[in-house]
Ligand binder design. Structure first.
Ligand code: FES
Ligand code: FES
Length: 136
């Protein structure tokens, strides 16, 4: 299997690895797992008073494609509103990284992590709207 330069770059130099203090009110956490392989992805977003994601961090215990997908989405969500972040589709992630077909589910994990983080933020800040599945 051959991997794209972008994928290898994100895998070898992952952006925004780490965690925020989960007790910080502006921080929300999305934790998702892939039943098929057992990999786990944690994505945290830091949302400012205007509802814009100003920072993001991740920790992923998984394959290279999952790590690259998480690294990429931490870059993509920055500067976006929660609604805009929810528009990030796994197909765009897979295309950007040129994921091979057997690795598409790794990009789905990243999309799910965004949804879970946004859902967590909303559950903390807006009563109601909490019903995003944690695992696909
Ligand atoms: Fe790895 Fe699905 S088998 S995320
Ligand atoms: Fe485990 Fe990609 S997330 S194989």
């Amino acid at each position: 299997m051959s991997y794209s330069d972008k994928l290898i770059d994100h895998y070898e130099n992952p952006r925004n690895v780490g965690t925020f203090d989960k007790d910080d009110d502006s921080v929300a956490t999305g934790m998702v797992g892939a039943p098929a392989c057992g990999d786990v992805m944690k994505l945290q977003i830091k949302v400012n008073a205007d509802g814009v994601i100003e920072d993001a961090k991740f920790k992923t215990y998984g394959c290279g494609s999952a790590i690259a997908s998480s690294s990429l989405v931490t870059e993509w969500v920055k500067g976006k509103t929660l609604e805009q972040a929810l528009d990030i589709k796994n197909t765009a992630i897979a295309e950007e990284l040129a994921l091979p077909p057997v690795k598409i589910h790794c990009s789905i994990l990243a999309e799910d992590a965004i949804k879970a983080a946004v859902a967590d933020y909303r559950s903390k800040h807006e009563a109601g709207e909490t019903d995003y599945p944690i695992c696909a």
